[in-house]
Design a protein around this ligand. Structure first.
Ligand code: ADP
Ligand code: MG
Length: 558
């Protein structure tokens, strides 16, 4: 839905379509390869704890501009620090969520735990943040355009001409006359590109090679630490099978699983009790099982002295208690680190028992990922507040960093019952196709898009609106490729797709100090361009990984 006839298309990493026979053969092989390398999930339609289906995947990697990828990776430690500082700013969290918690029961439940923990003082001052910053390329972005035309077309074209002249001269292959001719041609081609780009801008045509905008930041249950790298494994195999091993160097390294699990182990080290365990909080049924078990198995294999337990919130309520120093005990086992893979949506709290279990854990000495203030810092409302002018200055000192982070936000608007909120409401009614409407929820399937927004808004009272935020729709460029799904067409058809990149970050510290802060790999999810949302577990998206390209105006090289 975020694409239209003017949506630009990123060039493919290899020439498509593939001959049918080759496509059939490589797809069948890739499906088996995916299952056998843990790129898999439990079936929702024919669930069995004893079997796995391969997770939907894109056959060959989707292109992504290298510069933008590198920018996202470089920015992650700054985003980690920003979120850490936000999580520790009691005044900011409290004011930002004040209106929302009046009408949103779930956020109010979380906030209530926060308030109680604040009243008693934090037993554990250290938090473990394992974040994932999700982003999409914005093809309507005015800031960037193809290589050599990045700022004002004239200046950059001139720079490119100088560069081109240098290359021709340095090559030293022909006479001076030839070199002159070559320079002229190069200059003409650069200038005509510059003109084309100016025209494209003037007519509102978008660029495929463009900047990115943040979709959201996840502070709880940031998934795909295993499936991110696993996607690369499948696609690397496919590219090699198709005879394109020479292209593999354009697929960036991805150590997300190790990066995230090492983060848990660093927190375990800080807790400093050799017998204490790492506890995973899980849903009643885990469909996305590989993306949890691989974490567990990595820890067990790399650090065999650290035990991992899995429990639901209900089980923690039944088995959990606090020891004398407020240590969390499950039976006789002390818990050093709690990693929440559940607890982010109302459906995970069946009764007061699960809320009590969450509170018990929050008041314990265990290091939480996330602790309650980190969870609240990841709400959409906080994201919207951060995007307001001058707010970043409260959390980041360096003006260059403020500028860099400021650029990643697209328009985010409050719908609180005040002048600004009511103006956003009117704007949404007037031009709903520009927006997505989001509640304070995680896990996909909760947003309202475009033309559906007015009806949804009109059904709400003025105060109810403050549980939601309004966001500009991002318009990513298209890629074309094969999406392979369990039970899907064989051979698969070429479809139009759009991608969402997630960059992982790990940050550990307390209100005063950050002791660890690093970027920890990435994941790429791709959906049909016609789909609003692309959750892989929800059945709409597909595993993918980035193939880094330098410019969309290079010819396809196969
Ligand atoms: P959730 O917490 O449920 O994952 P998100 O904010 O990530 O909520 O939205 C879910 C999905 O909706 C995203 O993965 C993306 O596909 C789509 N989406 C969200 N915001 C935008 C936006 N501003 N522009 C385009 N698509 C969006
Ligand atoms: Mg999301």
């Amino acid at each position: 839905m975020s694409s239209d006839a003017n949506t630009p298309v990123l060039r493919n990493c290899i020439r498509l379509p593939l001959p049918e026979e080759e496509l059939l053969e490589v797809t069948a092989k890739a499906k088996d390869y995916a299952i056998m390398h843990g790129a898999a999930m439990r079936s929702k339609t024919a669930f069995s704890p004893d079997s796995l289906n391969f997770a939907p995947f894109v056959l060959v990697p989707s292109s992504f501009p290298r510069k933008e990828f590198e920018k996202a990776v470089a920015l992650q430690p700054i985003i980690n620090r920003l979120m850490h500082n936000v999580a520790h700013d009691e005044e900011f969290i409290t004011t930002t969520l004040a209106e929302t918690i009046k009408v949103d029961e779930f956020t109010a439940g979380l906030f209530n735990i926060y308030r109680k923990v604040l009243a008693h003082g934090f037993t554990q001052k250290i938090s473990l943040g394992m974040l994932r910053s999700d982003l999409m390329l914005e093809s309507g972005c005015p800031e960037l355009s193809p290589r050599a035309l990045r700022t004002t077309a004239g200046e950059d074209a001139a720079a490119a001409v100088r560069q081109g002249a240098g290359t021709a001269a340095a090559a030293g292959t022909g006479s001076q006359e030839e070199a002159k001719e070559e320079r002229k041609e190069h200059r003409e081609s650069q200038l005509s590109r510059a003109t084309r780009e100016r025209e494209r801008r003037a007519t509102g045509i978008r660029s495929a090679y463009c900047c990115w905008k943040q979709v959201e930041i996840n502070t709880i249950a940031s998934g795909f630490g295993h499936l991110g790298p696993a996607s690369k494994t499948i696609q690397r195999f496919v590219l090699s099978e198709l005879g394109h091993a020479d292209k593999l160097h354009n697929m960036p390294n991805n150590n997300a699983l190790a990066g995230l699990c090492d983060g848990m182990v660093k927190a375990w080290d800080i807790y400093a009790k050799p017998k204490a365990v790492i506890l995973f909080i899980i849903e009643d049924v885990s469909y996305n099982i590989c993306d949890q078990r691989f974490h567990e198995f990595y820890i067990r294999e790399t650090y065999p002295h650290i035990k991992v337990l899995r429990r639901t919130l209900t089980e923690v309520h039944r088995e959990g208690k606090l020891g004398q120093a407020k240590e969390l005990l499950l039976g006789t086992q002390e818990v050093a680190v709690i990693y929440f893979r559940a607890g982010y949506e109302p459906g995970h709290y069946h009764s007061q028992a699960e809320w009590d279990a969450r509170y018990l854990m929050e008041t314990s000495l265990a290091i939480k990922c996330p602790s309650i203030h980190y969870h609240l810092a990841g709400t959409k409302k906080v994201q919207q507040a951060l995007a307001q002018p001058a707010v970043l200055e409260r959390f980041i000192n360096d003006p260059e960093e403020i500028k860099a982070v400021g650029k990643i936000f697209t328009g985010l608007y409050s719908l609180d019952d005040n002048e600004a909120g009511n103006a956003s409401y009117e704007m949404a009614l007037r031009t709903p196709e520009r927006f997505v409407l989001k509640p304070q929820r995680e896990g996909g399937g909760n947003n309202v898009y475009g033309v559906d927004i007015p009806d949804a808004l009109k059904r709400m009272s003025r105060v109810e609106r403050s549980a939601w935020i309004l966001m500009d729709l991002i318009h990513p460029p298209l890629t074309k490729g094969y999406m392979v799904r369990p039970g899907g067409d064989m051979p698969p058809q070429i479809v139009d797709m759009v991608s969402e990149l997630g960059i992982f970050g790990v940050v550990i510290g307390d209100a005063e100090h950050i002791v660890h802060n690093y970027q920890a790999g990435h994941m790429l999810r791709t959906k049909l361009s016609t789909a609003n949302e692309g959750g892989v577990a929800a059945g709409l998206g597909a595993l993918d990984s980035p193939y880094l390209i330098d410019s969309d105006d290079d010819d396809e090289q196969n």
